[in-house]
Design a protein around this ligand. Structure first.
Ligand SMILES: [Zn+2]
Length: 282
């Protein structure tokens, strides 16, 4: 009945539907809240699940692709039968992500993924499990500053790769402990060829994180971790030229900007926005 009222007289129910922030940057995430009747949400052809929360509302996280067209877009809330029960306009803001060249040696260019490496990493990114472990705010995995931010368009030895930096690189010293950014279940602990020593955590309800190039591990697959637990140690394994941590935050299948979730300062020596300076970090 309430659903019917909401459909016929949307104003009566509009307070229960909310997407935040109302203006979202490319590569960022919308928190989509609705009444229990809303079971999924759709934006730009992507449908995400909304999960019942303890407060009685439904919540889902809508990632906005880094390539998404800026402007006003309809966000649709759907019921269990896939019917649109509410529509809200959200604004996607252009973010001026810069270009960056990465200098790689021959051996690194020629590295091939280990069997199952790319499939394992992709499967983690697409994991949407029902139980929610994550609570905001998230914490940084290392105290170190940001060497290379999310979203830069990558060139390898001057050639465009057609891809962008899916996570951020933080300064770290060999052997320095790496901490889980939020609570979750460890799904991946593997030594890969390109990603190097890799730990992947499922934080639940579509949120995952992955930490690369580790020297060694402090957890096993299947372990439950709390926010801040040590999961491994900084290294330079895989396609990496110096010890550092590359980590990704992933929401409903999309690598998103971690700096929307955690506050980490850029390194004093980091490149200013829109520069094309060379760097040796991956
Ligand atoms: Zn990186």
């Amino acid at each position: 009945m309430r659903l019917l009222i909401c459909v016929l007289v949307p104003l009566l129910c509009s307070a229960q539907f909310a997407a935040a922030p109302h203006t979202v940057g490319q590569g960022e995430v919308l928190h989509v809240t609705g009444p229990r009747e809303a079971q999924s949400a759709r934006l730009l052809g992507r449908t995400i699940r909304l999960f019942p929360q303890t407060g009685g509302e439904s919540l889902g996280l809508m990632p906005v692709e880094i390539e998404a067209k800026p402007g006003e877009m309809p966000l649709e809330y759907l019921d269990g039968q896939g019917r649109v029960v509410h529509t809200e306009l959200v604004t996607i803001r252009r973010v001026p992500y810069r270009e960056q060249n990465v200098t790689l040696g021959k051996a690194q260019v020629e590295l091939k993924p280990a069997p199952g490496e790319l499939e394992t990493v992709r499967a983690l990114r697409q994991t949407v499990s029902i139980q929610r472990f994550w609570i905001e705010p998230f914490g940084p995995p290392l105290p170190g500053c940001v060497i290379s931010p999310y979203g830069v368009k990558r060139l390898h030895n001057g050639k465009p790769t057609g891809s962008y930096h899916t996570g951020l690189d933080q300064r770290g010293t060999e052997g320095e402990p790496i901490h889980a950014v939020a609570a979750g279940v460890v799904r991946v602990v593997r030594m890969f060829n390109i990603h190097g020593g890799t730990v992947g955590i499922d934080h639940g309800q579509g949120v995952t994180s992955i930490y690369l190039h580790q020297a060694r591990f402090a957890v096993q697959e299947g372990a439950t971790v709390k926010a801040g637990d040590i999961i491994g140690y900084v290294g330079s394994t895989g396609r990496s030229t110096a010890p550092h941590l590359h980590w990704n935050l992933q929401v409903n299948g999309v690598a998103v900007n971690p700096l929307q979730w955690v506050s980490i300062q850029p390194c004093a020596s980091a490149e200013p926005a829109n520069s094309k300076k060379k760097t040796s970090k991956r």
